[in-house]
Design a protein around this ligand. Structure first.
Ligand SMILES: Nc1ncnc2c1ncn2[C@@H]1O[C@H](COP(=O)(O)OP(=O)(O)OP(=O)(O)O)[C@@H](O)[C@H]1O
Length: 306
């Protein structure tokens, strides 16, 4: 379990993290989501004892990271991409790390296999592509078979096959009962990997809920209705609080009424429906709505990317 209590980090005038409190439970993948500059990396660095909080506390399984006796075996961490600038081979890099914790050669070969680097284990890690470096970082995080994983943007630099691989890996690690905390600024990615979400904006907590709750909370569900007599149905549905748009002759997009209500009106008026589809606002929309006021350098392009 990871716990942050009133975590705050100031850099001069900048408040990077602002009174953040949350708990990350074991057994599910928890996504740490927020626009660029929201304070995710700073929070993770404080969890890992790499940055000292201005105020507040961060603990892992009840203790600050710096007080863990065998950190590598308790917490696996992946921070920014290309953290490994080494002339060593991937295997030697892992062997050196393993030696600090009395971890054997067999475990090194195991994690190399797990991340798909066995073939290139003898190659200089400094010459690795971004994706290979990312895999080596994940191998380092897994080396001590830790119960807690803290990964900052682990899909960065991975190709589609790599993204699928990490998604499956994280879910299986969580299913084994581990605590898996993973940051991203991409809602679409997180919605496919995480079950729970902690959303931040400008250093503050915006949401702490399940992926399903976030979608439901957006509450802007609309219903797609297709009917040959769409104009007549539009008149029948028109009422206060109902908004109807139409981009095609036989298509209506209705908000303010449920699909059941629309179906009943259509049946009573004997209007044949070709389609009646309730549509949830996408997670991307829900996220943008949540963080709209918290995007640090809000530009239309950046907001669209979230
Ligand atoms: N060492 C530092 N000195 C000064 N300001 C910093 C420092 N580290 C981070 N910041 C500022 O703190 C804020 C939060 O940054 P942080 O990197 O934690 O955000 P993030 O959510 O991880 O963003 P990204 O998705 O872009 O990595 C930003 O305004 C950033 O400029």
């Amino acid at each position: 379990m990871i716990e942050a209590v009133g975590l705050t980090k100031r850099y001069g005038e900048t408040v990077a993290v602002d009174g953040l409190s949350f708990v990350v439970q074991p057994g599910v993948v928890t996504g740490f989501l927020g626009p660029n500059g929201a304070g995710k990396s700073t929070t993770m660095r404080m969890l890992l004892g790499l940055d000292r909080p201005t105020t507040g506390t961060a603990s892992i399984n009840g203790r600050p990271y710096t007080r863990l006796t065998a950190p590598l075996c308790e917490v696996g961490a992946l921070l920014e991409a290309r953290a490994i600038h080494t002339g060593r081979s991937a295997r030697n890099h892992l062997l050196a790390l393993a030696a600090t914790h009395g971890i054997g050669r067999r475990r090194v070969d195991q994690v190399l296999e797990l991340v798909g680097l066995t073939q290139v284990a003898g190659k200089r890690a400094g010459g690795f592509s971004l994706g290979m470096g990312q895999r080596l970082g994940i191998a380092s995080a897994l080396l001590g078979d830790p119960h807690t994983l803290i990964l900052d943007e682990p899909v960065n630099g991975l190709d589609p096959e790599g993204i699928l691989w990490i998604r499956t890996l994280l879910r299986s690690l969580a299913a084994e009962g581990r605590t898996v905390f993973v940051s991203s600024h991409l809602m679409s990615e997180m919605s496919m990997t995480a079950t729970h979400l902690i959303v931040v904006g400008q250093g503050r907590l915006i949401a702490d809920c399940s992926v399903a709750e976030l979608t439901n909370a957006s509450g802007r569900s609309v219903v797609r209705v297709r009917a040959e007599e769409a104009p007549r149905l539009r008149d029948l549905l028109a009422a206060d609080g109902v908004s109807i748009t139409s981009t095609e002759r036989d298509l209506l997009t209705v908000s303010g009424l449920s699909s059941t209500e629309i179906g009943k009106v259509a049946a009573e008026a004997r209007v044949a429906l070709i389609e009646l589809t309730p549509q949830q606002a996408s997670l991307e929309e829900a996220f943008m709505e949540l963080t709209r006021d918290a995007v640090e350098f809000g530009t239309p392009m950046q907001a669209a990317r979230l």
